[in-house]
Ligand binder design. Structure first.
Ligand code: NAP
Length: 247
């Protein structure tokens, strides 16, 4: 198995894309820490699927926007399993509104979770990876970072920030044997996109060259590749997994 003996932390792994990533990394042999904000039942479900398949998983509840909480979470993973080899910064939220109606709190909440959360987890995990002289970090951006989107100035700013963060961290950490890449998903079928009206969904699908909405597993496949030994020479990249939407 490609990731035998590796330890992974997946943020926002209770639902949607993070859930699919956690299940995939576990099926590739990694021990997986399942981070989530509050949805304990859903996180436990992911843990029991992994354990039911003979894998190892632990729950790691914490708000990724809270630096001290992140520090405690990652220390407890390293205490339990001895290392952290893979970090997938996937946790994210939306607080959509037109710029003129967007409340400053909604801007801050999205930046804090989606961008500062990536800084918090990467800063703490990379300290351990530097000591190990190896590590894989994958950050979840979005096609919205590349093209913008009406009603998502906060979200697009955070996701574009992740791209700059990824490239800078990739340069800093490359000499230590750590790769840092980003994935820019298109329109993926999860709770996050469930709130869109059927008309908006239909209009979006019509703009996707491959003609379908993405599945969480489409993103998990890309993460599995970027964290595997097949991707040792890839760093600082942004991989769009979007059915061609951002072309
Ligand atoms: P989702 O279904 O809404 O799931 C979000 C996950 O993030 C949940 O596990 C949630 O935990 C967790 N989370 C939220 N705030 C958190 C916090 N402060 N600390 C820790 N965990 C937190 O979202 P998704 O669609 O799978 O999206 C996953 C990532 O992909 C996000 O970064 C999103 O921006 C990005 N993305 C998604 C799409 C798409 O079309 N779906 C497209 C582009 C990019 P709880 O269950 O405990 O709430």
């Amino acid at each position: 198995m490609a990731l035998n003996g590796k330890t992974a932390l997946v943020t926002g792994a209770s639902r949607g894309i993070g859930r699919a990533i956690a299940l995939r990394l576990a099926s590739d042999g990694a021990r997986v820490a399942i981070n989530f904000a509050g949805n304990l039942d859903k996180a436990r479900e992911v843990q029991s699927i992994i354990e039911g398949n003979g894998g190892q998983a632990m729950l790691a509840q914490c708000n990724v926007a809270d630096f001290n909480a992140v520090e405690n979470m990652i220390k407890s993973i390293v205490d339990a399993w001895g290392s952290i080899g893979i970090l997938v910064n996937n946790a994210g939220i939306t607080r959509d509104n037109l710029l003129l109606r967007m409340k400053p709190d909604d801007f801050d909440a999205v930046i804090d979770t989606n961008l500062k959360g990536v800084f918090n987890c990467t800063k703490v995990a990379s300290k351990f990876m530097i000591k190990q002289r190896s590590g894989r970090i994958v950050n979840m951006s979005s096609v919205v970072a590349l093209n913008g989107n009406v009603g998502q100035t906060n979200y697009a700013a955070a996701k574009a920030g992740i791209i700059g963060f990824t490239k800078s961290a990739a340069r800093e950490l490359a000499p230590r044997g750590i790769t840092v890449n980003a994935i820019a998903p298109g329109f993926i079928d999860t709770d996050m996109t469930a709130a869109m009206s059927d008309a908006v969904k239909q209009a979006t699908v019509e703009r996707i060259p491959l003609g379908r909405v993405g599945a969480p597993d489409d993103i998990a496949n890309a993460v599995a590749f970027l964290t595997s030994d097949q991707a040792t020479y890839i760093t600082g990249q942004v991989l769009a997994v979007d059915g061609g939407l951002s072309m």
